[in-house]
Structure formats: structure tokens, C-alpha cells
Design a protein around this ligand. Structure first.
Ligand code: SF4
Length: 696
């Protein structure tokens, strides 16, 4: 009796580590192991990767469609579920038109599922109301890098971490969130690569770094502009690179001429000498790479923050060569792919604009139907429209916005106003509890397809197990729903058929096939006729926009500063042992035992003033909500700043966070809001949000 080993990809973060699923002769998942020869993970996995089996086989999986009747869910057949949804959607389309329905697809689902979701939205529902969770993680990356460089993705390959002289990490905590890459950065540093970390918190990498710039929340642009000032004043910039490959240097130099390190000391909280040193080390390194995360993007200034990092790399010529570049650390396993597939309200697959008439014609011809010429609603635009009574139906899969979006009360109120709310999920989530119909989704181990990781590597996901109960892959039920609605637009037999249709329309994926992906541990886009074996390093000879753009950007204050009533700033973070809304990781008893359900990190001085001891129960209040949790006292957060992970539905930090938005991408300012922390009487247990809402 020999177990089968099915090679596939870890379903958690955007690193995209290779795993093998061991399946016995009864078709049961026995264990998970790392792929020894995988180009990124190289035989390693983090705790989440090793615990993948729990995400698939746990007792909380949904195994058949459910329909809400009053406040209870009852099992129904797929036929009844899809017929009910089809009738209601057609009625809403007749009564209120295409703009009154939206779809939120999933960065956890495959490229094939996401391609199907945007095609369903555009050809069956006839609007561009399609979005996904990139809205609240890296939409400013897509917008900012596209403006500066012409392409909104990681410029390098993960392997170049070992082939550079300096790594600068802005607003990211890779050893917690992208652990295998974080480990690579630590290893490179131990071998002599300089490390500069820019973060308000003392992260693990910050403690090891040659320079840690512990800046004030939301002061990234002020810092980078001052670094640009130093580099230009000291003539440490790469004149040849700027002349040959950039536009806008003269204006940028004028823009930062007065922005000395001393002038930004009050905004950044950093000493001028430290800013000077960071500028010197970064610009003088022979090769330097920037990595950044949501400490850059989740601000009202998110897009401009990204642009400022591109400015820094460009004037130093640290882009387009091996070991140099700008690298967003994409969060979920397939958030890069969901963006590439066009699950965004303004672009078709391959970032082709929906308002460009030539592109519209291309897709209209391919899909043989008329298309909406206007951009659609973002995910937060959809919840806003629902609250206003303008959006009547929403289909959402593999996302839990009640836990992950800002201002939880607003999200819940919006979803409750919908006439039809459909959720496809692996297990019951806080969002699914509000649905009218819940569809049981197949897990990554129960379907074929592809994921695209943060270094643009498209990798095969191979089916190892039969779906649990009557769970179904997302493109399959979307196709069945389209047929029930009278449309033949989605008409595929296999995941490979979906992929092949997508590659015929997406120039970056043009030369990819399942056979080529299987042979190569995937391929990195662009993979087209000019680069048939994929592209390891972006922008080596030219930018997609010809010359890169140096764009002058200004510092803007965070939306909600502290005051007497809310004297502390709250930022959000993630923990190594959990992922996103926790709907997968919290089903692992191994991961679950590592942290209490909900914590707040607070500096010893603030804790002392408030008479709070380690692990004491506390209340946390903002202008939008109140939750209770436990305090962890640590010098890793500076005085005046508290930090909370958002994985825990019992103490959801997004009850508190601010909805103020980046004007370009509508990214909410999740990284900064004002709160007060209230000690609860000694011996009292923190109440979960459910208990607080029920007045328990
Ligand atoms: Fe999975 Fe990310 Fe951990 Fe790799 S680093 S094992 S992809 S969670």
C-alpha cells in the first residue's frame, strides 16, 4: 500500500511554497510535507504550511448548500440553491439594472476561479462591479507602481535576496507574515547583506538590522522625501540611469530641495543624522532591494507612499539589475493572481483598462457580447451602495469582510440591507452568518488550477482529494449559475480550458500552458512570445511605459490623530500563527494553541500609567466601536502606540479601524486610528464581541 504524493502549493501566503499532499489508498489526506527541490521554499515550510491539512479536513467544513429561513440555516440541494439565486438575480437585473449587483471574488481561490468570476460579472451581470481583498492590502501597489514603473508587481525573484548588498524593509514584518522569505532575509543578513528596517514597531528584523528607523505612524513620505533630498544634495544618485531611463528628475529635485532631514524630524520622530545615514547606505550600496508591506499601503496616502519608494529606487538606479528592485510582499496566496485575472472594477485580465475603447472591443469580440464601458464599484463602494439601497445583491466567495474590513458595524449593516447575499466558503465565517444562501466551496486540495505568487510565479495546484460532501470549485458553480440564468458565456470542461481562454486574452500569461508550468515549478510573468520561458527580473532594459516616471508626492497627516478622549494610536499587525480572518488557520489546534484569541500589544510605560499588568483584560474604544481583549506588554511597540492583530473574530480590531480612504484606490487607513484603552477590573474575563453585542 503506497500513499500517493500530490504536488501542490501552500494555500496561505503569497510566498507560494511548494508542498506535497500525502494521500492514502482510501483517498484520505494523511500528511503535508515540503517539496525538497522547490525554488523558493527549498524544502522548508513555516508553521502554517505544515498545518495545511487542518484547513482541508477540519470538522467545521461546509459540505452542502444552506438556505436561511428566518434566522436558521437549512440544507438544500445545489439545484435548489442555484435556481433560487438565478431567479432572484434575473429579477434584480430586470428591476434595478446591472449596477445593482456586485461580486467580491477571492485571493484564496485559483486564477481559474477568479477569471470565471470577472467574466461572469462582465458578461452575465453586464457590469464591472467586481473586486476582491487586494482593495484592502495592495491596491495602492497596483496603482502606484503602475504610474511610476508601468507594472504593479514585485520586480525581482525571491532568489535575488541572496544576491544583493542591502535590503531595505519598509512597513513589513516578513518573519511573521511571509516567514520563508523572512527567513531568507535573515540568512542573507547573516552572510553580510546590510539590513535597514523602517517600521514604528521593533519587529524581529528591526532588532537584527544595521539601521532601524522607528518612524511615527504614517510618516513614510516625509522620510523618503528627506532621503531623496540627501541623495540629490550629496550627488549620490545614478545620473546615467536617470538620464537614460527616467523622466521628471528636475521637478523631483526642486520638490525635495527644502525637505531636509532636520525639517522632517518632528513629523517622522527620527533624528536627521539617522535619516542621512539610511540615505547614504541605501544609495551607496552596489545593489539594493526594497521590500514593503501593508505598513506602506494601508494609509490614506497609500498610493503616494508606493510612488515615493519607486522614486527612491529609481534615482539610485536600484532597479532593473539583478539584486536591485522594489518588491511588494503580497499577502494572500493568490492575491497577485486575482489582480492579474482582472478581479478589479477598472481592468480586465492583464490590467487592460475597461474604459479604453480598443480594449473593450478586444474583450467584446472575444466574449461575443456588449460590455459595460464604465468602471465598476470597489468592494467598499459596494457596501456603501448596499447601505444606500443602490446595491441589491452581492455574491462573495472566500472572503470575510466583517472581520477584515474597517468599521465592522458599517459592513454588517450594509450586508443586512441586501435583498440577496450569497457566500461561498469552506467553513462558517462571521460574514457567511449574514448570507441568505451559503455555498460549500472546494478547498485548494480538491481542485486543479493555478496560483500566482508574489514574485509573479504562476504555479500548478493539483487536485489530491475528492471535494468534501457536495462542495464544488468556484468556476464550476459560477458556470452552473450562469446557465441557470440563461447564459452560455461560461462554458468550460476543465480548469485547463479556463486557463487557456485566459492566456489568449492576457498578454502577460500569453505563452503559458499547464504542461510548461508542470515542468518548471511554474513560470514568472511576463511569459509571452518575446519571453517564452518567463521573466525573472522586471524592467531590465525598458519599462512598459518607456521611461519610468519620477512623481513628486507630499506627506499627508494621518486622518485621525490622538486627542484627550482617544490618547493612543492603534495600528494593526499579523501574527505568524494565523492568517487573514483565521477561517483556515483557526481550525488547526496546533496553531490555535499558540496565542489567546485576541491580544493588544502595549508599551510598558503606557501599561504602567493605566495600571495594566501582562495579560490583564482590557477594553479598547475608538469612535466606531468597542471591544475587549488581553494586554501583552512589550517594548516592541513605542510609547503612545498600541497594536492589534485582526485574525480574531472574538476581538476584531476592525470594530475600531478607520474608513478614511486613499483617494486613488479607496484603500482604507487600516494602519492608524485613535483609541483609548480601559483596564477592566482584575479577574474579569474579556467579553467577546458577540457577548458585548448581545449585552451579555
Ligand atoms: Fe505557506 Fe507562506 Fe508559510 Fe510558505 S511562508 S509555508 S507559503 S504560509
Amino acid at each position: 500500500m503506497v500513499d500517493d504524493l500530490i504536488s501542490t502549493i501552500c494555500p496561505y501566503c503569497g510566498v507560494g511554497c511548494g508542498i506535497n499532499l500525502k494521500v492514502n489508498e482510501l483517498g484520505q489526506l494523511k500528511s503535508v510535507e515540503p517539496q525538497s527541490n522547490h525554488p523558493i521554499s527549498q524544502g522548508k515550510l513555516c508553521d502554517k504550511g505544515w498545518s495545511t491539512a487542518y484547513a482541508v479536513t477540519n470538522k467545521n467544513r461546509l459540505t452542502q448548500p444552506l438556505k436561511r429561513i428566518k434566522n436558521e440555516f437549512f440544507p438544500i440541494s445545489w439545484d435548489e440553491a442555484l435556481s433560487t439565486i438565478a431567479v432572484e438575480l434575473n429579477q434584480i437585473l430586470d428591476d434595478s439594472g446591472p449596477k445593482s449587483i456586485g461580486i467580491i471574488s477571492s485571493a484564496r481561490a485559483t486564477n481559474e476561479d477568479n477569471y470565471a468570476a470577472q467574466k461572469f460579472t462582465r458578461t452575465v451581470l453586464k457590469s464591472n462591479n467586481i473586486d476582491h481583498c487586494a482593495r484592502i492590502c495592495h491596491s495602492p501597489t497596483v496603482a502606484g507602481l503602475k504610474q511610476s514603473l508601468g507594472s504593479g508587481a514585485m520586480t525581482n525573484s525571491a532568489s535575488e535576496i541572496f544576491d544583493t548588498d542591502l535590503i531595505m524593509v519598509f512597513g513589513a514584518d516578513p518573519t511573521e507574515n511571509h516567514s520563508i522569505l523572512g527567513g531568507h532575509i535573515m540568512q542573507a543578513h547573516l552572510k553580510g547583506c546590510e539590513l535597514v528596517v523602517v517600521d514604528p514597531r521593533k519587529t524581529r528584523l528591526a532588532k537584527l538590522a544595521n539601521i532601524h528607523l522607528q518612524l511615527n505612524l504614517g510618516s513614510n513620505i516625509a522620510l523618503v522625501n528627506a532621503m531623496l533630498h540627501v541623495i540629490i544634495k550629496e550627488k549620490w544618485y545614478d545620473e546615467n540611469f536617470i538620464n537614460e531611463r527616467c523622466n521628471g528628475f528636475k521637478y523631483l529635485a526642486q520638490h525635495v530641495a527644502q525637505l531636509t532631514p532636520v525639517s522632517v524630524e518632528a513629523i517622522t520622530g527620527l533624528k536627521a543624522v539617522d535619516i542621512y545615514q539610511a540615505a547614504k547606505h541605501y544609495s551607496q550600496a552596489k545593489r539594493a532591494m526594497i521590500f514593503y508591506g501593508m505598513g506602506i499601503t494601508q494609509y490614506m496616502s497609500g498610493t503616494n507612499n508606493v510612488i515615493s519608494l519607486a522614486n527612491l529606487a529609481l534615482i539610485c538606479g536600484h532597479i532593473g539589475k539583478n539584486g536591485t528592485g522594489v518588491n511588494p510582499l503580497r499577502g494572500q496566496n493568490n492575491v497577485q493572481g486575482a489582480c492579474d485575472m482582472g478581479c478589479l472594477p477598472n481592468v480586465y485580465p492583464g490590467y487592460q483598462s475597461v474604459i479604453d475603447t480598443n480594449i473593450q472591443t478586444k474583450f467584446s469580440n472575444a466574449w461575443q457580447c456588449d460590455l459595460d464601458p464604465l468602471e465598476g464599484l470597489t468592494s467598499m463602494g459596494m457596501t456603501k451602495a448596499a447601505l444606500a439601497g443602490d446595491l441589491h445583491a452581492l455574491i462573495l466567495f472566500g472572503e470575510d469582510p466583517v472581520v477584515t474590513d474597517p468599521d465592522q458595524n458599517h459592513v454588517k449593516a450594509s450586508l443586512k440591507k441586501l435583498d440577496l447575499f450569497v457566500v461561498a466558503e469552506l467553513s462558517m465565517t462571521e460574514t457567511a452568518k449574514l448570507a441568505d444562501i451559503i455555498l460549500p466551496a472546494a478547498s485548494f486540495a480538491e481542485k486543479d488550477g493555478t496560483f500566482t505568487n508574489c514574485e509573479r510565479r504562476v504555479q500548478l495546484v493539483n487536485q489530491a482529494l475528492e471535494p468534501l460532501g457536495v462542495a464544488m470549485g468556484d468556476w464550476q458553480w459560477l458556470q452552473a449559475l450562469a446557465k441557470k440564468m440563461g447564459s452560455d458565456q461560461l462554458n468550460w470542461k476543465t480548469s485547463e480550458d479556463v486557463f487557456n481562454e485566459m492566456t489568449s486574452l492576457n498578454p502577460s500569461y500569453e505563452a503559458m500552458t499547464y504542461q510548461k508550468l508542470a515542468k518548471n515549478h511554474g513560470l514568472q510573468w511576463p511569459c509571452n512570445n518575446e519571453n517564452p520561458t518567463g521573466t525573472r527580473l522586471l524592467h531590465a532594459n525598458t519599462f512598459p511605459i518607456g521611461k519610468a516616471r519620477l512623481i513628486s508626492v507630499n506627506h499627508t497627516d494621518i486622518d485621525e490623530p490622538t486627542d484627550d478622549e482617544y490618547p493612543l494610536s492603534l495600528t494593526t499587525n499579523r501574527l505568524h500563527f494565523h492568517y487573514g480572518c483565521g477561517s483556515m488557520t483557526r481550525n488547526s489546534p496546533l496553531l490555535e494553541r499558540e496565542t489567546p484569541p485576541g491580544i493588544l500589544f502595549i508599551n510598558p510605560e503606557n501599561a504602567n500609567t493605566l495600571n495594566i499588568a501582562h495579560l490583564d483584560a482590557i477594553g479598547v474604544k475608538s469612535r466606531r466601536g468597542y471591544i475587549e481583549t488581553r494586554a501583552i506588554i512589550t517594548g516592541d511597540v513605542p510609547i503612545g502606540l498600541v497594536s492589534m492583530p485582526y485574525h480574531f473574530k472574538e476581538a476584531p480590531s476592525n470594530q475600531l479601524t478607520n474608513t478614511a480612504q486613499d483617494p486613488v484606490t479607496k484603500m482604507p487607513e487600516l494602519k492608524a486610528c485613535a483609541v483609548s484603552v480601559i483596564p477592566l477590573p482584575k479577574g474579569v474575563e474579556p467579553k467577546s464581541i458577540q457577548q458585548l453585542l448581545e449585552g451579555d
